[in-house]
Design a protein around this ligand. Structure first.
Ligand code: ZN
Length: 463
């Protein structure tokens, strides 16, 4: 190698390093900025607001994050990485953080009702802080600080314990969630036009509600509304509650009965396997698990089906009790189960047992749409018909089902044939009305006078 070349090497190395550095410098500058996602607030700012955003800095170092609510010329800072104050910062992955902060109206006094936006700006750095990239995300929201307004439009609300009632009311603005709260149960209201009221008043609502068998007579019953910004209102409305006498009965369980129903129910109920039982559990123990835990699991499944209710009233005539049937067991009967002279269980019977002979057609109590047509644990072969606005009817212990989920049915359409599948001592129809998936007394719905007084008259008068 000659001397010139040898002298050139350090210069070439220097040049190469410089070129590499420049390349890195330019490359680091060209990469994308941090990835920002604003999760909360989604649409509204209320008297309280939850701010939540994630920032992904990739392989760079996050050096700055700020967030603000902007409205016209007003900017309210709500977060800064350098002074995070009351915020929570969680490292979600190696490269991503989640920022959350709860704020109340005091923090954004300057804002007025109307449109606003949330903006988040983040900066990351590469090459020991030599190259920085910033990104901004913006998200439109609406500020609402006034609670919705409620007013009652119907009068004379009489609620039987275990039964239902209807209230007509107005809510403003009309785009908020509203309904009736009975203790910890919520019954949503529907636009009155969907209930069959001839009105163009968008604020007018109709809600069916119930005082359930298991609730106390003095359970608070109030109208309730909540907007998307979390502003809430409650309003009292005049109502009277009437106690009902529920019967007590004793039911003897025989070995023959256990041998017929227990293995049959277990064989067809997937839910049964989730109930903890010792492997050597006998028929009686299995029966008690069916009568207790499986009954509750079946009830949960029925409550889930309530979500499939139609947003409009699907019926117009009073509900029909199955012809030529006698009530052999009423709604809310308290049953004590006796086996071999011992009291082994207690349950409340939330439905009507209508005695019929085997294999008679079971007819739809009113018009609606089938939401369940399948085996359902203690109910055996079971059909549930939705009548809209949260109201449904249930038909149990059928020997065969003649409809499918999704079928539209008219009043008196056959749904199947009577039998004794599930927890049934003999051929009968177990029938109940459901509101929001909770059993309510059918006596009211079978009574044309009750329908007129409690439902139809109020809908006619609702203007
Ligand atoms: Zn029954």
């Amino acid at each position: 190698m000659d001397a010139v070349v040898i002298r050139l090497i350090p210069a070439l190395v220097l040049l190469a390093v410089a070129a590499l550095g420049a390349g890195l410098y330019v490359g680091a500058g060209r990469g994308p900025g941090p990835v920002i996602e604003i999760h909360e607030p989604a649409r509204f700012i209320g008297r309280q607001v939850q701010f939540e955003a994630t920032i992904d800095a990739g392989d760079a170092d996050l050096i700055a994050v700020t967030a603000a609510i902007e409205q016209n010329a007003v900017t309210v800072p709500i977060f800064s990485l350098s002074t995070p104050d009351n915020s929570r910062i969680a490292q979600e992955t190696d490269t991503r953080i989640r920022i959350s902060r709860s704020l109340t109206r005091d923090a954004y006094r300057e804002l007025t009702e109307g449109s606003a936006s949330i903006s988040v700006q983040a900066t990351h750095a590469r090459l020991f802080g030599l190259r920085e990239r910033s990104a901004t995300a913006r998200h439109d929201v609406e500020a609402r600080f006034t609670a919705p307004r409620l007013s009652v439009a119907s009068s004379f609300h009489y609620v039987n314990h275990g039964g239902a009632e209807l209230v007509v009311y107005r809510v403003n603005p009309p785009d908020v969630e509203s309904g009736v709260r009975v203790g910890d149960h919520f019954y949503r209201g529907y636009p009155a036009s969907a209930a069959g009221v001839d009105t163009s008043d968008a604020a007018l609502r109709v809600a069916l509600f119930a005082l359930l068998h298991g609730q106390e007579l003095d359970t608070p019953i109030r109208l309730y509304a909540r907007d998307g910004a979390g502003n809430e209102t409650e309003a009292n409305f005049d109502h009277r509650v009437f106690p009902r006498r529920f019967r007590r009965s004793r039911l003897s369980i025989s070995d023959r009965f256990l041998a017929r129903v227990v293995p049959a129910i277990i064989a067809r109920s997937d839910a049964f396997s989730s109930i903890p039982l010792p492997p050597d559990a006998g028929l009686l123990e299995q029966y008690l698990a069916i009568n207790g835990q499986l009954r509750r699991l079946n009830g949960e499944r029925i409550r889930e089906l309530a979500a499939e209710t139609a947003g409009e009233r699907l019926w117009s005539e009073p509900f029909r009790q199955l012809a030529n049937s006698q009530v052999e067991s009423g709604f809310g009967d308290h049953r004590t189960y006796v086996y071999d002279g011992r009291e082994v269980d207690q349950q409340v019977h939330l439905g009507f047992d209508l005695s019929v002979t085997a294999n008679v057609p079971i007819l739809a109590a009113n018009a609606g749409r089938v939401v369940w047509a399948d085996y359902l644990g203690i109910f055996g072969n079971c059909v549930i018909v939705d009548h809209g606005l949260g109201l449904q009817s249930l038909y149990a212990h059928l020997v065969s089902i003649g409809v499918r989920t999704g079928d539209a049915v008219a009043i008196n359409d056959p749904l199947g044939r009577s039998g004794m599948t599930g927890l049934a001592g003999g051929d009968h129809l177990h029938f109940t009305m459901l509101l929001n998936g909770e059993p309510i007394s059918a006596v009211e719905w079978w009574d044309p006078h009750w329908i007129e007084d409690r439902v139809t008259r109020k809908l006619r008068a609702a203007f």
